[in-house]
Design a protein around this ligand. Structure first.
Ligand SMILES: NC(=O)c1ccc[n+]([C@@H]2O[C@H](COP(=O)([O-])OP(=O)(O)OC[C@H]3O[C@@H](n4cnc5c(N)ncnc54)[C@H](OP(=O)(O)O)[C@@H]3O)[C@@H](O)[C@H]2O)c1
Length: 161
């Protein structure tokens, strides 16, 4: 996938995998919209990445409405990496109700809501610049829809050129 000049929204950017993904994408020329809860850590990460035009968008994805607000703040995004996640291992019976709700919001609901909000714009911009046929556009839509149903996985979509 060509990343130069593309804008990517990366959640969980301050975590172990998030930092590695941010560095790998910035190395290949992507502009990053970095998100997690800790603004200071995001600013530090943005200042260390190669390239310019990186932004920080602090957000607590366990809050109701946060995913939709983040998508709106992010604006035009070519690639979504929904990587933020809470550790949700262990016995379900040991979880409080609040912990279950938070885990579902961050690990499942937020990736789906972000994808739902961002995919139409990605597909539209891809359609506008791609020379692909209506049939391949339909395949891209189907792929996008499928990826939103896979919890706790990174969802990505971008122009196919
Ligand atoms: N590491 C592995 O071996 C592995 C294997 C399989 C799957 N995964 C999955 O890959 C993802 C990243 O793993 P990791 O090892 O990098 O985890 P990590 O180091 O614990 O990082 C988690 C990231 O999510 C952010 N986050 C946590 N709660 C949040 C919330 N309420 N709102 C917004 N952001 C929040 C954290 O930043 P703040 O604390 O600043 O919010 C941090 O940036 C997770 O979804 C994990 O389940 C990891």
């Amino acid at each position: 996938m060509e990343l130069a000049g593309r804008t990517a929204l990366l959640t969980g950017a301050t975590g172990g995998l998030g930092r590695a993904i941010a560095k790998a994408m910035a190395d290949r020329g992507a502009k990053l919209a970095l998100s997690a809860r800790k603004a200071e850590a995001l600013e530090q990460l943005a200042s260390e990445l190669p390239g310019d035009g990186h932004r920080v968008l602090p957000s607590d994805l366990a809050e109701v409405g946060a995913a939709e607000r983040l998508a709106a703040e992010a604006g035009e995004i070519d690639i979504l990496v929904a990587n933020a996640g809470l550790p949700a291992a262990g016995w379900l019976t040991d979880f409080t109700e609040e912990q279950v709700v938070r885990a579902l919001r961050v690990n499942l609901e937020a990736p789906m809501l972000l994808a739902r909000a961002l995919f139409p714009g990605m597909i539209e911009r891809g359609s506008a610049t791609s020379s692909s046929s209506p049939r391949s556009r339909a395949r891209r839509r189907a792929r996008a829809a499928r990826s939103t149903t896979r919890p706790s996985s990174a969802c990505a979509a971008s122009r196919s050129d």
